[in-house]
Write a protein that binds this ligand. Structure first.
Ligand SMILES: *Cc1c(COP(=O)(O)O)cnc(C)c1O
Length: 361
């Protein structure tokens, strides 16, 4: 059982029995309650629950009027969902290289991809660290571009006191079970300070309908259900504490791995709070190290082994190896070490000990 679920078992059981005995199963008070708590946590005026993170991105693009003929700048190293959301509204994803230290979009990567067709930018706060939102928002506002944060991997992350999901014009998150705040099924959220975007998103996720059986606009079914919302409300009260555990474990890794020049640890710019959705090191001997750790009983992963522009499904976009060298370099050298709130400091010490013996040969 997940550490988080062991911790909240009794409270979850009380919620489940209340849920089982009756009430509303889709949308309703439970969902509205969670949306209010989440909006308050992120300090945005509105939060609108959706069926998944992909849908949250898709609906955000839709209500902002992005569609055929528009270009949307996305990171060349993002997870496929960011790209598919753009394609699903009929727009064209344009890849921009990330900063090689933070792994996130910045203006240096974005500006060369800007064209007369650019309508929006989707900075993705990969692995738990916010992109340079001050720089991006300033330049985007000057150029009349919409900014949609993809904060699926950065719940609770901050720049100064401001949280991921509160910088862009309309922003999208996911509560897939493995995220820092995870449901027990599919769930997503849209954050915005713009009343009109929130109003349209509320309609769009529910068949374009506000009053039952009256449909004044087009929409889809991507409603958040009450079971997920109840569990998310329960877990949200512990998100800060769980992120603190992640930070402690990450700092332990970084300290213990510091003597190894061949290992590049994560980088956090001053004033940013990284919430370590993943703890990622880089090494030229990535595959060898992963195999060695596996033999020592340590599970690792690669986020992500193939950049989106080289995926077979996106071959139609016309990219080839060599198109985005930074993303390809990252895909070839990154390794995600174990990190989750139930992990202990001695376990991190064991992993680092294994890495030491690997590097000593
Ligand atoms: C998980 C994730 C998504 C998609 O969320 P789903 O809820 O799985 O649809 C989108 N973008 C990023 C960066 C993600 O990590």
């Amino acid at each position: 059982m997940l550490y988080e679920h062991r911790l909240l078992k009794e409270q979850a059981e009380i919620f489940f029995s209340r849920f089982w005995e009756g009430g509303k199963y889709v949308l309703g008070e439970e969902v509205e309650g969670f949306e209010k708590k989440w909006a308050a946590f992120c300090n945005t005026r509105f939060a609108v629950g959706t069926g998944s993170g992909l849908d949250a991105l898709y609906i955000a693009l839709k209500v902002a009027g992005i569609g055929a003929g528009d270009e949307v700048i996305v990171p060349s190293n993002t997870y496929i969902a960011t790209v598919l959301a753009v394609m699903n509204v009929g727009a064209t994803p344009v890849f921009a290289e990330p900063d090689p230290h933070t792994y996130n979009l910045n203006l240096a990567g974005i500006k060369p991809e800007y064209s007369a067709k650019t309508k929006a930018i989707i900075p993705v706060h990969l692995y738990g660290l916010c992109a340079d939102m001050d720089g991006i928002m300033h330049w985007a506002n000057e150029n009349n571009l919409l900014v949609i944060e993809d904060f699926a991997q950065a719940h609770g992350a901050r720049i100064g006191t401001r949280r991921a999901g509160s910088f862009g014009h309309i922003n999208a998150g996911s509560f897939y079970p493995t995220k820092n705040l995870g449901a027990v099924g599919e769930a997503g959220i849209i954050n915005t300070n713009h009343e009109e975007y929130a109003r349209q998103a509320i309609l769009y996720r529910n068949y374009g309908s506000q009053t039952k059986y009256v449909n004044r606009s087009i929409g889809i079914n991507s409603r958040l259900d009450a079971l997920q919302a109840g569990i998310l409300s329960l877990k949200l009260g512990h998100l800060e504490e769980w992120n603190q555990i992640r930070i402690l474990l990450a700092d332990t890794y970084t300290r213990l791995l510091a003597p190894h020049e061949s290992i590049i640890p994560p980088f956090t710019p001053d004033g940013f709070t990284h919430v370590y959705h993943r703890y990622i090191i880089r090494t030229d001997r990535r595959n060898e190290l992963a195999k060695y750790l596996h033999e020592k009983g340590v599970g690792t992963d690669v986020h992500y082994p193939i950049p989106p522009f080289l995926q077979e499904s996106l071959i139609g976009l016309g990219y080839a190896p060599g198109s985005f060298p930074i993303a390809e370099e990252l895909a070839g050298t990154m390794l995600s070490l174990p990190l989750y709130p139930g992990l202990t400091v001695p376990e991190v010490e064991y992993v680092c000990g294994c890495i030491n013996s690997f590097l000593r040969g």
